[in-house]
Design a protein around this ligand. Structure first.
Ligand code: SF4
Length: 238
């Protein structure tokens, strides 16, 4: 595991790729297992692709470990994760012998999450991810359409216009039931908080447990009118 200490990232050129190719690849991968999308990204971009894992579960990591062993996995350590999440990251890293990079924010811990969560996410998630992706051509995410209306139109593969690189969402079509079935069928290690009412797990100040049957993401930024941390745009398929 490598830990990248804060440093100012450099810019990166836009990836040189044909948009028609991306659309065709996305349509083809839509009909294939999620592992095919990860494999395509690794074959196409090699060490220039990074997988960003939230570690609320390890479905994407398990798929990647089989389809693209050695792929770099990035974890954004906001400094506000639950102790259980940090424990889980280490257990998963050991289990899969992950090529793990931990990115940390430039800012020291503060109370910005109380007054300006958007700016807090920008400093603790968006900017560290930008450093992790500097010089890369693609990133793989665990984004799913079922997670939120803002994600409902996400393709499997598309150009991440804001970052100028390719974005691959292997789990785009997966439902919550698909995730649960995969975890059960593959005997995956569970996040310790999953059994305590936390179906969606982020930073401790902005995550609360939800009642059975409630929207899984309703425990994130509850009452703040915020649905996204800013890592993901929301392009439409087509
Ligand atoms: S989820 Fe909350 S604590 Fe974490 S970076 Fe965003 S605002 Fe800050």
């Amino acid at each position: 595991m490598s830990v990248i200490e804060p440093e100012v990232g450099t810019g990166r050129p836009l990836v040189d790729i044909d948009l028609a190719e991306l659309a065709a690849v996305s349509a083809e991968l839509e009909r294939k297992p999620a592992s095919a999308a990860i494999r395509w990204a690794y074959d196409r971009f090699g060490s220039d692709v990074v997988l960003a894992a939230s570690f609320q579960d390890c479905v994407l990591v398990d798929l990647a470990a089989k389809a693209a062993p050695g792929i770099e996995v990035v974890f954004l350590d906001t400094q506000y994760h639950f102790a259980e999440t940090l424990w889980y990251v280490e257990r998963v890293r050991e289990r899969y012998d992950l090529n793990l990079t931990v990115m940390r924010p430039l800012a020291a811990a503060d109370d910005l999450w109380q007054s300006n969560p958007d700016e807090c996410c920008a400093m603790r998630k968006v900017e560290p991810l930008a450093r992790a992706l500097a010089g890369r051509q693609a990133w793989v995410t665990g984004l799913r359409r079922a997670e939120a209306p803002t994600r409902a139109g996400s393709p499997v593969v598309h150009l991440d216009v804001g970052r100028g690189i390719v974005k691959v969402n292997p789990l785009a079509a997966w439902t919550d039931d698909d995730i649960a079935a995969y975890k059960r069928d593959h005997d995956l290690l569970e996040h310790p908080l999953a059994a305590h009412g936390y179906p969606s797990i982020g930073c401790w100040p902005c995550t609360r447990p939800v009642a059975p049957g409630d929207d899984p993401r309703s425990g994130r930024w509850s009452g703040a009118g915020k649905m996204e941390c800013g890592l993901h745009g929301w392009p439409t398929r087509g």
